[in-house]
Write a protein that binds this ligand. Structure first.
Ligand code: ADP
Length: 449
C-alpha cells in the first residue's frame, strides 16, 4: 500500500514537472516573440523618424509623384469615358491595384529601414506591407472617392510602423505601412535556443533518472519476492527429509522394534536415503552461492554426444524406475565435442526430471540430437503441462518458479533451469524454450562443435 502510494506520488510529481517544463517553454517563446515585435516596432519607428529628420521625406516621395501622374491620366483620359456604374467600379478596382503596385515599386522606406535595422545588428530579412485605406481623385467636378476601407488589426507577425496621409494635385491617399516578420518563428527559435535546450535536456535527464530508478525499484521488488518464495520453498524442501529422519530416529528408540531386525534395517535405510537427499539439497544451495562468486570451471574432454545421451537416458530411467517413455532420435553420427561430462549430464538430467515432474499424464519424452554448420542441437520435448507465455521469459532466472496454485505440490527450488542455462553458456552455447500451455514443452540446447 505504502509502495503504491509512493509510486502514484512519484508519477504525479513527474507529470507535474513535465507540465511546468511545457509551461516554461511556452512562456519563453511568447516572451521572445513579444521582445522581437517590440524591438522591430521601435527600430522601424526610429528609422522612419531619422529619415524624416535628415532627408525631410518619408521615402514615398517618388511613389507620390508617379501616382499623381497616373491619377492625372485617369482623370483626364479615362473618367470622361465612363458610361455606367459598372465601369466606375472596375476603374476604381484597377486604380487601387495599380496605385498600390506603384507605391511598392517606388518607395524607399523599406530599403532605408533594412539598412538601419541591419546596422543595429538585427535580422533585416523582413517584408513591407502597404495597405491603402483611402483613395480620392480630385477631378474638376469635385472629389471622387475610389476606395474607402476600414483598416483592421494587422495580420499575425505584422507590425504597424505608421499611417500616412498625403494630398497631391490629383489625389488624396491614406495608407498604412507595416512590417511583415515572415521568419518570426526562426528568429524566436534562434534567440530562445539556449533556454529551450537547457529545459529539454534537463527534462530528458530527469526522465531517464526516473526511468532507471523505477526499473531498479521494480527489479528489486521482483527479486525480493523471488527471494521470499525461495526461502519458503527451501524451508519446505528441507523440512520434509528432516521430519522423516526425526520420526525414523524416534522409531528406532522404541523397544519393540529392536526385536524386528528387518524393520530396524528398513528404518536405518530410510534415514540414510533422507540424509543423502538432505545433503543433495544443501549442496545445491551451496553450489549456487559458489557459482555466483566464481566462474564455471569446465573439465573438458572429448564426448561422443549420441553415446552420452543414450547413457544418460538409460541411467535416468533406472534411477526413476521407468517413470517415463523416452523416444531417442540421434542424428549426429558419432560426432564428439569438447565438454564437461559431469555438467552436461546434470544439464540433461535436469531437463528430463522437469519433463517428468511437470507432467499430469504418463510422461512421453523425446530426446533428439542434430548438427548445424558450427553448432549441435540437443532437444528435449515432453507432453507435460507446458508453460504460459508470461512465464516463459523468466524460467531460466535464479529461483524462478511458475506458480501452479499450490507451489509445494511439485517440489523444487527454481534452480534447475538456471543451472541449465549457466552450463550451456559456459560451454559457449545457449538454451531456448518453446512451449504451449497444456500441450508440452521443448528445450533446445545449442553447443558449439
Ligand atoms: P524447479 O523445478 O525447481 O521449480 P526449474 O528451474 O527447474 O525449477 O524450473 C523453473 C520453472 O519452470 C518450474 O517451476 C516450472 O514451473 C517450469 N518448468 C520447467 N520445466 C518445465 C517443463 N518441462 N514443463 C513445464 N514447466 C516446466
Amino acid at each position: 500500500m505504502k509502495r503504491q502510494i509512493l509510486q502514484v506520488a512519484s508519477l504525479s510529481a513527474l507529470l507535474l514537472f513535465l507540465a511546468v517544463q511545457l509551461y516554461m517553454i511556452r512562456s519563453i517563446w511568447q516572451q521572445k516573440e513579444e521582445t522581437i515585435l517590440m524591438r522591430y516596432t521601435n527600430l522601424s519607428r526610429e528609422g522612419l523618424n531619422l529619415l524624416l529628420a535628415k532627408k525631410k521625406t518619408n521615402g514615398f516621395e517618388k511613389a507620390m509623384e508617379v501616382t499623381d501622374k497616373f491619377a492625372g491620366y485617369l482623370i483626364s483620359d479615362e473618367l470622361p469615358n465612363l458610361s455606367d456604374n459598372h465601369d466606375t467600379l472596375s476603374l476604381s478596382a484597377l486604380a487601387r491595384k495599380e496605385i498600390t503596385s506603384i507605391l511598392y515599386n517606388n518607395e524607399m522606406l523599406t530599403e532605408f529601414l533594412r539598412s538601419y535595422i541591419g546596422r543595429a545588428g538585427y535580422n533585416k530579412d523582413f517584408k513591407s506591407l502597404i495597405a491603402v485605406s483611402k483613395l480620392e481623385f480630385l477631378t474638376p467636378l469635385g472629389s471622387m472617392v475610389l476606395s474607402d476601407t476600414t483598416y483592421e488589426a494587422p495580420p499575425e507577425n505584422c507590425l504597424l510602423v505608421n499611417t500616412f496621409r498625403e494630398e497631391h494635385n490629383n489625389f488624396i491617399i491614406e495608407y498604412h505601412y507595416l512590417i511583415d516578420l515572415t521568419r518570426m518563428n526562426d528568429m524566436v527559435f534562434r534567440e530562445a535556443f539556449l533556454s529551450l535546450l537547457l529545459i529539454i535536456a534537463s527534462t530528458i535527464i530527469v526522465f531517464l533518472v526516473f526511468w532507471f530508478t523505477w526499473r531498479n525499484l521494480m527489479e528489486e521488488r521482483r527479486l525480493s519476492e523471488l527471494k521470499s518464495d525461495f526461502i519458503n520453498n527451501m524451508t519446505h524442501e528441507l523440512k520434509t527429509p528432516l521430519s522423516t529422519i526425526t520420526v525414523a530416529g524416534k522409531t528406532l528408540t522404541k523397544k519393540q522394534i529392536i526385536s524386528e531386525p528387518e524393520k530396524v534395517i528398513e528404518t536405518a535405510e530410510l534415514i540414510g536415503k533422507q540424509s543423502i537427499h538432505l545433503n543433495q539439497l544443501i549442496n545445491t544451495i551451496l553450489e549456487v552461492s559458489y557459482l555466483e562468486r566464481t566462474e564455471f570451471e569446465l573439465d573438458r574432454h572429448k564426448v561422443v554426444i549420441d553415446d552420452l545421451m543414450h547413457d544418460i537416458v538409460t541411467s535416468f530411467l533406472t534411477s526413476c524406475n521407468g517413470c517415463a517413455e523416452i523416444e531417442e532420435d540421434y542424428n549426429t553420427d558419432g560426432l564428439s565435442i569438447s565438454a564437461d561430462l559431469v555438467y552436461l549430464t546434470t544439464m540433461i538430467n535436469n531437463l528430463l526430471t522437469n519433463a517428468v515432474k511437470y507432467c499430469d499424464k504418463d510422461p512421453v519424452i523425446r530426446i533428439s540430437t542434430s548438427t548445424d554448420t558450427n553448432f549441435m542441437d540437443i532437444s528435449v520435448t515432453d507432453n507435460g503441462i507446458g508453460i504460459s507465455r508470461e512465464h516463459l521469459d523468466h524460467i531460466f532466472e535464479k529461483f524462478y518458479r511458475v506458480p501452479h496454485g499450490n507451489i509445494h505440490k511439485i517440489k523444487g527450488l527454481g534452480l534447475g533451469l538456471y543451472y541449465v542455462r549457466r552450463i550451456a553458456t559456459a560451454h559457449g552455447g545457449d538454451v531456448s524454450v518453446t512451449s504451449k500451455s497444456g500441450r508440452g514443452t521443448t528445450f533446445r540446447i545449442k553447443l558449439p562443435i
